[in-house]
Design a protein around this ligand. Structure first.
Ligand code: SAM
Length: 353
């Protein structure tokens, strides 16, 4: 590792605020040695905070209708070839029941921005889930809504909210999204979610078209300022029926390096080894954990839905990605010295542990 990078890492470990140019130094051309140095530090920090526990979240992809048209996403509204579905309230509750029996204590409701799920429907669904599974945490990932909606979801019992910022660079944001979507609004939503007391997740894809060391530096600077409780980072993977069809997928190595950097920046963060990472490399999940991640989110959706929720080509939904194969996931984590736990896996920074 060169001197300049070394001094940036030292500042980061000391909890100092890095400048945009220091972040740029850190994210520019990392080599294998840089990655190993950061991964070792990240593992040590994660072990200090969370031991060798891997937290599991049961992911329920409950609708792929979406009013948005993000250029990278397979369920964007203009994709006429997407097979649209939405789960019923009863189907969603049944997913939770199956998940609970398997050992999940966090459910993640993720979907496109589907107007069918009004605030009232969502609040009722949240109350029903939280009423039946009192010892479970509920995470929402349903995009941008008004403050009043977020307030209603919180009041109904939702604990956490995932809303990746996607990129913290306004020009890059415009390259990834149509006019009418704005970075300002997305960031406003994230701040609002934090203020309402959600454990909040930001994040971005690695290698999305137009991403550069400058935009990545902006991402890290934004995370440094927002201090989200969760950060979702996974490689961009192209989808054949989107404007970014044929673009190269993001680098697995750079994704792992960024996971390590984020672990050092936010020692208490809950960091998933994402499905996209598991899709991009056969050992992606394990590599993510070894780079500093501490969460995996197996898929709890009914089989028919899993095939339809295609954000990118080849998205995994079988093997260790499938909630019913938890035993295999357990074994694969044990093989690298980690332990899947039955626990809500709350943010330690918040509960003072
Ligand atoms: N609609 C909600 C939202 O916007 O936050 C949640 C669902 S959205 C499909 C979840 C995440 O999938 C996005 O934040 C994005 O980062 C990721 N995603 C979408 N298309 C992708 C692609 N082609 N490759 C990798 N990740 C992708």
């Amino acid at each position: 590792m060169n001197r300049e990078k070394e001094s940036c890492v030292k500042a980061l470990e000391e909890g100092k605020r890095l400048t945009r140019s220091q972040w740029k130094t850190l994210v520019s051309d990392p080599d294998g040695e840089d990655a190993e140095i950061l991964a070792q530090k990240a593992r040590r920090i994660r072990e200090e905070r969370y031991g060798r526990a891997v937290f599991i979240r049961g992911l329920i992809e409950f609708t792929d209708y979406c009013r948005n048209d993000c250029y990278y996403c397979g369920i964007r509204k203009s994709n006429g070839r997407a097979a649209r579905y939405r789960l019923t309230r009863e189907e969603i509750l049944e997913c939770c029941r199956q998940g609970y029996a398997l050992g999940f204590r966090t459910f993640v409701l993720q979907g496109g921005e589907d107007p069918f799920f009004t605030d009232e429907r969502m609040a009722e669904l949240i109350s029903a889930i939280k009423g039946e599974f009192r010892d479970c945490a509920l995470t929402l990932s349903i995009g941008e809504r008004e403050e009043e909606s977020y307030r209603a979801f919180r009041k109904a019992g939702a604990d956490r909210y995932l809303l990746r910022h996607e990129t913290a660079d306004p020009e890059h944001y415009r390259l990834l999204h149509p006019a009418g979507m704005s970075l300002e609004r997305r960031m406003g939503c994230l701040r609002c979610l934090k203020e309402l007391g959600f454990q909040t997740g930001a994040g971005f894809m690695v290698g999305s078209p137009g991403q550069t060391p400058d935009t990545l530096a902006a991402d890290l600077e934004f995370l440094q300022e927002l201090r989200p409780e969760m950060v979702g980072i996974g490689p961009f993977l192209p989808h054949r029926d989107t404007p970014f069809c044929g673009r190269p997928g993001g680098s697995v190595e750079l994704t792992l390096y960024l996971l390590s950097l984020v672990r050092i920046l936010l020692p208490d963060a809950l960091l998933p080894a994402t499905t996209a990472l598991g899709t991009a490399a056969a050992d992606g999940r394990e590599a993510g954990i070894l780079a500093g991640a501490n969460v995996v989110m197996p898929n709890l959706s009914p089989a028919g839905a899993r095939e339809k929720y295609q954000l990118y080509d080849g998205k995994l939904c079988t093997g260790n990605e499938a909630a019913e194969n938890l035993e295999a996931l357990r074994r694969s984590m044990e093989a690298i010295g980690y332990r899947v736990v039955v626990d809500r896996g709350d943010y330690r920074g918040m509960i003072g542990g």
